[in-house]
Design a binder for this molecule. Structure first.
Ligand code: M6R
Length: 589
């Protein structure tokens, strides 16, 4: 949660951090703030709201400087107010900080600093950091030493950028929250992620936990524990700046939905050796555990059905936040498959750490290169979906499904067949995301826009799709939606069905008979039935045809619902890219 960016170099840093923070907005959008180092000192400007909203009220015309930082906030400690927005400053006004993460011992630190005479103006945990540094300086230590001792007192997680009004040094530090450095000929960027500075450079360093970076005329990285200088490899990013732009689309969500056919096509034309190797590792493991959150969890659940059905391989699927409960069963022979678009989800990282303590093997499936999860893994498979900016997982979800489906086919020694099956879906996915289909689904969105509840059901492989469909609808349109296994609604929730209640029914060749009986049960109670699958049926009030694709059904069938969710959001006046209360990367437990 929260996005941070900083720049120090020869250029005017102000437009660079403004432009950068706009691209980080998906990480949090409660409030936004800037600090610029000028000859007159550090100028701070901040406000509540989204970046453009806040920027329209701030005047930067007279302000320039070669060093600046910015922050977009997703509130954890303290409500959404101007005072709680970052940057946060020490009470003496010398030290300014932007922070992503949580300082767990902030209450004790705050009490101690208050006793020493510091005054606090916000409810944030962050405000203790500049005050701790200032306090160390007041005790006679020089600046860098003060930063080091202050950081050693912090418990919790942080990616930090620190400015001092009395010098021109930009300090960056990370512990369990992402921070990447971008190198340009004229200076250095520090940011929560790469797309925020991709326009300027593809040369990056992925900082490690415990790294403290000091940038002024020179650039040095120290390890906070040893105090020694460390060298980190400069990597070249494969993403290009155009991928992180909306292009002809009004919203990232629709752009990313539309990219799915091309991404899937690339995924099945790549070298399959990695898939084969991972399949071999799965075969040898004693106990396989998928761990993930949100949409990534739904992709794992779908994979567990495919592994069972195609390859007769049993896997456990756990929500990362519930993985604790499996800990006692882990051994060095256990295999953890952690699936995460961002590779930074705190629940996933914490589950992986617990598994590593038991010496279990970790394989991850991730979309963001250099993310923390990559570093925690013995092996990883890249999703190659390109940057996903919209808070909703769309292309990242289907690209996870592609990899997991290929793994299932590889486990069943039918990889070539699997590749051909998925390849066959590509043209159909182009059709499903075409303007024709979008217009057709728009009629359905008009019909559903005032609904209070939407239910979705599916059996077998369509059950995880029903869960994902409900997640997509509720997180972006704020209509209450729930997904169920086809047989499950009548065990309670059918009580909610009234005349006109919309129910989405996912069908497939294999599950058609049974799921149609479930649809009839709903229809008998007045439900409005939306069928998605290969064949129309008289029980459906609205039908979206999605060709039968066997194990690849899960990849195709979610697409009309992604489009429906988008259109519901638009019709209901919701911002599809930045749903309320959410953030793209959930870096808190
Ligand atoms: O980056 P991750 O895949 O680990 O993220 C997991 C979830 O936070 C994510 O899928 C979330 O549920 C999305 N908002 C779904 O659209």
């Amino acid at each position: 949660m929260c996005g941070i960016i900083g720049y120090i170099g020869k250029k005017n840093a102000v437009p660079l951090v403004i432009e950068g923070i706009k691209k980080l907005e998906y990480r949090g959008y409660d409030s936004v703030g800037f600090a610029v180092k000028t000859e007159q000192g550090i100028i701070i400007k901040k406000g509540v709201g989204k970046v453009d909203e806040v920027l329209s009220k701030l005047d930067f015309s007279e302000i320039s400087g070669n060093t600046a930082v910015a922050h977009s906030r997703w509130a954890t400690h303290g409500s959404v107010t101007q005072e709680n927005a970052h940057p946060q400053m020490s009470s003496k006004g010398d030290i300014v900080v932007v922070h992503n993460g949580i300082i767990e011992n902030y209450q004790a630190l705050k009490q101690d600093l208050t006793n020493k005479g510091c005054t606090f103006t916000s409810e944030t945990d962050t405000e203790v950091i500049p005050n701790l540094i200032q306090n160390e300086m007041d005790s006679g230590k020089e600046y860098i030493e003060s930063v080091k001792s202050a950081l050693k007192k912090l418990e919790g997680s942080y990616a930090l950028l620190i400015l001092n009004k009395n010098n021109n040094i930009l300090i960056g530090a990370r512990k369990e929250s992402p921070l990447v450095v971008g190198f340009t000929e004229d200076g250095w960027f520090f940011a929560s992620d790469i797309p925020s500075f991709l326009e300027h450079t593809k040369k990056v360093i992925y900082l490690h936990d415990g790294d403290l970076v000091i940038a002024n005329d020179v650039f040095k990285i120290y390890n906070l524990d040893t105090g020694l200088e460390v060298k980190r490899k400069i990597a070249t990013v494969e993403w290009d700046a155009e991928q992180a732009k909306k292009g002809v689309f009004e919203h990232f969500m629709m752009k990313e939905i539309s990219e799915q056919a091309a991404i899937i096509s690339n995924a099945v034309t790549q070298d399959m050796s990695k898939i084969k190797n991972v399949a071999e590792t799965i075969k040898k493991a004693r106990g396989v555990y998928f761990i993930a959150c949100g949409s990534s969890y739904n992709a794992c659940l779908s994979a567990s059905y495919k592994f069972a059905k195609l390859a007769k391989v049993h896997v456990n699927v756990a929500l990362a936040s519930e993985f604790e409960n499996y800990k006692d069963f882990l051994t060095p022979e256990s295999l953890i498959i952690a699936v995460s678009q961002s590779g930074e989800t705190a629940d996933v990282l914490s589950a992986v750490k617990a598994a590593k303590e038991k010496k279990s093997r970790i394989i991850s499936i991730i979309n963001v290169m250099g993310s923390s999860l990559v570093r925690e893994s013995d092996e990883f498979i890249m999703q190659n979906a390109g940057p996903e900016i919209c808070v909703l997982a769309t292309k990242s979800y289907t690209s996870q499904l592609v990899i997991l489906t290929l793994l299932a086919y590889a486990l069943a020694d039918k990889l070539d067949y699997g590749v051909s099956k998925i390849k066959e879906t590509v043209n159909h996915i182009y059709y499903l995301t075409s303007e024709n289909t979008r217009n057709y689904i728009k009629d359905l969105a008009e019909r559903l826009r005032y609904a209070n509840h939407i239910y979705s059901i599916g059996r077998g492989l369509q059950y995880p799709t029903a869960l994902e469909a409900a997640l997509k609808i509720k997180e972006v349109s704020y209509i209450h939606a729930e997904g169920f296994a086809g047989g499950e609604l009548k065990h309670g929730t059918i009580a909610m069905i009234e005349h006109g209640t919309p129910c989405i029914v996912f069908t497939s060749r294999e599950t058609e008979k049974q799921i149609i009986s479930n649809a009839l049960e709903l229809k008998a109670r007045g439900a409005y039935i939306i069928g998605i699958g290969p064949n129309n049926n008289e029980v459906f009030d609205f039908f979206i045809k999605v060709r039968e694709a066997e194990e690849a059904n899960s990849i195709c069938q979610i697409i009309p619902i992604q489009i429906l969710a988008y259109q519901l959001a638009i019709l209901r006046g919701c911002d599809p890219d930045y749903p309320k209360n959410l953030a793209k990367v959930v870096t808190v437990l």
